[in-house]
Write a protein that binds this ligand. Structure first.
Ligand SMILES: [Zn+2]
Length: 132
């Protein structure tokens, strides 16, 4: 198994605490990305989406994962399990210091997540401006 940490940064203008709408561990936030097969290197054509609150049974019957998918080219199966509890909001201090904020950790077997795409579902707080 390999753990992948998805992190991000942004230039915040009068904003702070940029994070998923329901907070860093929002169980209903959807992550969209493509997966690269570790066996043959094929990258899926379609984006995959995973949500913490949705799991599917593993083919071997032992437990569940947030994603079970087969490589279209070589047929090998891979799984992705999300590991919550590591997310953090992007604060203005982090943004200015060039420190990336962690979004989510993915425990991947057989696949490597690539091309994460940002979708809707974000919230931020505005900076209080002195004098207003
Ligand atoms: Zn493959």
């Amino acid at each position: 198994m390999v753990f992948y940490i998805l992190d991000f940064t942004a230039e915040l203008e009068n904003l702070t605490n940029l994070q998923q709408r329901g907070g860093c561990s929002d169980p209903n936030y959807t992550y969209y990305f493509k997966v690269k097969c570790e066996n043959c290197g094929e990258i899926s054509q379609k984006e995959t989406c995973v949500v913490l609150s949705e799991s599917v049974p593993l083919p071997n019957g032992r437990g569940t994962a947030n994603l079970v998918q087969k490589c279209k080219l070589c047929g090998r199966e891979g799984t992705i399990q999300m590991v919550p509890g590591h997310g953090e909001p992007l604060t203005i201090e982090r943004s200015q210091a060039g420190i990336r904020a962690k979004l989510m950790v993915f425990d991947c077997r057989g696949f490597e997540p690539v091309n994460f795409s940002f979708e809707n579902g974000w919230k931020a707080e505005s900076v209080s401006i002195p004098g207003f």
